[in-house]
Each structure stands twice: as C-alpha cells, then as structure tokens.
Design a protein around this ligand. Structure first.
Ligand code: DX5
Ligand code: ZN
Length: 215
C-alpha cells in the first residue's frame, strides 16, 4: 500500500519545503495540467525538473495534457520516476508506454470517470500502473466518486488474470473517510491532495492514510 500526496494542494511558493513535509510518503504526485485536456493550468517540464532535483521521494507525474505521445517521454527525461498519461488523449498508447519504460520510468495509464477500462485491457503487458480517476480531472478538493469502485475492482481483476506486478492507483477525493473502500475494491496506490496538505501535520496524515489502507 503506497501513498502519493498530490502537491496540487501544496504551497506553490515553497515547493521544496512542501516536499520535505511528505518525505515519509512513497511518491510525490505531480499534477501536470495544460489548460486544454483539462480547463486548469498548473506546471510543466521546467518545474518537474526542478522538483526532481530537490525531492526526497520519487515523482509520480500525472499528465492531464493533450498529445502525451509527444510530451510524456520528456517528463521521464525530466526526472519523473513514474509517468502516467491519459488514455483519452493518447494516439498510440502501446508505443508510448514502451517509450516510457525505455527511458527507465514506470508507465501509467489514467482513465477518466466516464471512460470504460475494458477496451484497453490488452495494454496491460506494457503498463506498470492503471490510474482510475475518482473525480473529473482538473481540480483538487472535489468529492470522491464512489461509483468508480466497480471499475477499480474490474482493473484489479484484470491485473490478477494478467499476472505480473501492475499497480492500481486511485486519485481524487481520497481521504481517511474514503481510502478503505478504495483498498477493498483493489487499489494499492492512493493519491491524496487536500487530505494531506490540508492537515496541520502532513506526515502524520500520510501515516494515518497508509494505516487505514493496510488495515
Ligand atoms: C485532480 C488531480 C488530483 C488532485 C487530488 O485532477 O489529478 O491529483 O490533486 O486532490 P484531492 O485529493 O484534493 O481530491
Ligand atoms: Zn492527479
């Protein structure tokens, strides 16, 4: 069970300090939004490069961008240890996933709430992680969509059939209230933005989430 706090809810004027607050987490989740694939705009390659230089933990880059076939490999080169693209935006996801792995990154595929998983199941051999979104991507602090739990279970079942070590990540509205149902459905990597950075003691929030997910 791994926790990946989203720095989208961190203080953008002090990112190095904000990363130090979650040094006990497994990953730092970096939400890259381009203002096209999603209406919001956050940060891009130069900042990911800078974060990779100072982060005590590996970067889990979630790319909510158009044309990931072109841009995602550059996030692996910039220091993203895990790079997740959206299947809705990818033209040639198999080649893209292979490229990411070729650059030494873990390759992740993200699916929005209204996107079914089944048509993409045959991509599993080329993936290290499937991200099931539990909010519409674009903003932190939204309400958890419990109706995505059957999809999490479906992905977990497909991963089990396929064999090998593929992680199942959930992202959006994950908190002490919702993390247990995510774990029960089969998730093993949990992104949490406001639940971690909204807490007085972010490291304690990480430990609490991990304990709940493991219980
Ligand atoms: C939403 C982002 C999430 C977001 C999660 O588009 O992908 O990573 O930061 O924030 P919370 O945990 O506050 O829902
Ligand atoms: Zn995210």
């Amino acid at each position: 069970m791994q926790i990946s706090p989203s720095i989208l809810s961190a203080d953008f004027a002090n990112l190095e300090t904000e990363l130090a607050r979650i040094a006990n987490a497994d990953w730092a989740h970096v939400d890259v939004m381009d203002g096209h694939f999603v209406p919001n705009l956050t940060l891009g390659l130069p900042i990911v490069e800078a974060l990779a230089r100072v982060s005590p933990i590996p970067l889990d880059c979630h790319l909510m961008i158009e044309d990931p076939d072109r841009w995602a490999p550059m996030y692996a080169e910039a220091g993203g240890a895990s790079v997740t693209f959206h299947i809705e935006a990818a033209r040639d996801p198999r080649t893209l996933a292979k490229n990411l792995r070729g650059l030494g990154a873990r390759a992740g595929m993200a699916i929005k709430p209204n996107t079914p998983f089944a048509p993409y199941e045959d991509l599993l051999p080329d993936l290290d992680m499937v991200l099931v979104m539990t909010v519409e991507p674009g903003f932190g602090g939204q309400s958890f969509m419990a109706d995505q739990m059957p999809k999490v279970a479906q992905v977990r079942e497909a991963v089990r059939r396929h064999g090998g070590e593929i992680w199942v990540q959930v992202d959006g509205g994950v908190s002490a209230k919702t993390i247990e149902e995510c774990a029960e459905a089969g998730a093993d990597v949990f992104v949490a933005g406001s639940a971690v950075y909204g807490a007085e003691d972010a490291a304690a929030a990480v430990d609490q989430l991990r304990a709940l997910a493991t219980a």
